[in-house]
Design a binder for this molecule. Structure first.
Ligand code: GLU
Length: 411
């Protein structure tokens, strides 16, 4: 199993080969600026107390406050949280928003908790980290298995502890307490804008076929948006397996089926395949949108797509990435493809600071501008260095982070 932080450092050293960062900048980026580990005791419904481990990694804040989600997952670990916080730093730089990078996580299978237990865990996490976060220091958000409801509890707990209203301390909140229009589906919407730009460059036609791995917030919203825009979704998967229909799945029906049964599996009008084969589908576009390291040297050769869009964070291991590059498959890297989430988080913070809220179409317009500009900026770097989109995105991001570190005299 590839260790995520080693992958993150390998990507960093690859880009360093290409653009030769200042040696002091490169050295400082080998570790987070700060890393906090907390233990969170939670009173369970049966009266017992269970203790959970939680983390917050503050990777770099040269460009602005640390920014990044909080993940609730049984596989959360120190290496993963550090890697995700580094990727957030590059991501905010690629889309050029005035934020740094951070990430949090709790080791928990939250599906096994009652609503009350989940709320006490969310509040307990904030009690552990609240001195380190704030609208001008470090701003958390949702990630895997955390959602607006949990963000609402977290904001409330923070405000109780500090005794003032500070909606900008956390993003991805419910609309009723300072959330932004579009945030709920912003990662998918941002990915859609990027797919549209990439499809133009590759000359992919409108009816292009798509396979999506992962049917969570990003994957399921993206399936709907793509279908509405004329793409044909032929395969989707979740942790239980993948369903396929080469004539095209009815995404809204699959969503209903998943809501009712908890999985996409056994959806009528589809064939089921085992997960290791899921990426073997003959789709033009393959979209990994589950967890990191799902595409490895062992399964990468099954991919037949012309375009791969990393909506998950870190889904392709460095070895698999090398193989894809040799085959000339166009990969849009995570730090560009899924940056729509944090881009709208930034727009949410701006609205919180103003106490003035925009309409859905206004937020969509701003998101589209941010994503199109980021795609073009990355494309220019790719052409300049005659390299991949990933290295182009890293070159752009690292130069921006380096500039900010130099301007602050941190080196
Ligand atoms: N968790 C999302 C990501 O990985 C969003 C982070 C944010 O909005 O701060 O990009």
């Amino acid at each position: 199993m590839t260790d995520p932080f080693s992958s993150a450092l390998k990507q960093l050293s690859d880009v360093n080969e290409l653009i030769k960062l200042d040696a002091n900048v490169f050295a400082q980026l080998q570790n987070p600026q700060k890393f906090l580990e907390v233990s969170i005791p939670v009173k369970m419904d049966d009266g017992s107390v269970k203790t959970f481990a939680g983390y917050r990694s503050q990777f770099n804040d040269a460009r602005g406050p640390f920014k990044g989600g909080i993940r609730f997952h049984p596989d959360v670990n120190v290496s993963e949280v550090k890697a995700l916080s580094a990727w957030m730093t590059w991501k905010t730089a690629v889309v050029d928003i005035p934020l740094g990078g951070g990430k949090g996580g709790v080791i928990v299978d939250s599906r096994k908790l009652s609503d009350g237990e989940l709320e006490r865990l969310a509040r307990g996490y904030i009690q552990g980290v609240y001195k380190l976060i704030g609208s001008e220091t470090d701003v958390p958000a949702p990630d895997v298995y955390t959602d607006p409801r949990i963000m609402g509890w977290m904001m409330d707990e923070y405000e109780k502890l500090v005794g003032v209203h500070r909606p900008g301390v956390i993003t991805g909140k419910p609309l009723s307490i300072g959330g932004s229009q579009v945030r709920e589906y912003s990662t998918a919407q941002g990915a859609f804008y990027v797919i549209r730009e990439a499809a133009k460059k590759l000359g992919l036609e409108k009816g292009a076929t798509v396979a999506i791995e992962g049917f969570g917030n990003a994957g399921s919203h993206l399936a709907s948006i793509l279908q509405k825009n004329g793409y044909k979704i032929i395969a989707v998967s979740d942790s239980k397996g993948m369903i396929v229909n080469c004539m095209g799945l009815d995404v809204e029906q699959v969503k209903k089926h998943k809501e009712m049964t908890g999985s996409v599996m056994h959806y009528e009008g589809s064939e089921e395949v085992k997960i290791p084969h899921c990426i073997a589908q003959e789709a033009d576009i393959f979209i990994p949108s589950a967890l990191e390291n799902s595409i490895t040297a062992e399964n990468v050769n099954d991919i037949k797509a012309k375009l791969i869009v990393e909506v998950a964070n870190g889904p392709i291991t460095p070895e698999a990435d090398d193989i894809l590059n040799k085959k000339n498959i166009f990969v849009v890297p995570d730090i560009l493809a899924n940056a729509g989430g944090v881009a709208v988080s930034y727009l949410e913070q701006v609205q919180n600071a103003y106490g003035y809220y925009w309409k859905e179409k206004d937020v969509l317009g701003k998101l589209e501008d941010i994503m199109k500009k980021a795609f073009e900026d990355v494309w220019k770097e790719k052409m300049k260095y005659n390299t991949t989109m990933r290295l182009g995105a890293y070159a752009l991001a690292l130069r921006r982070v380096e500039q900010a570190m130099k301007a602050r005299g941190r080196i």
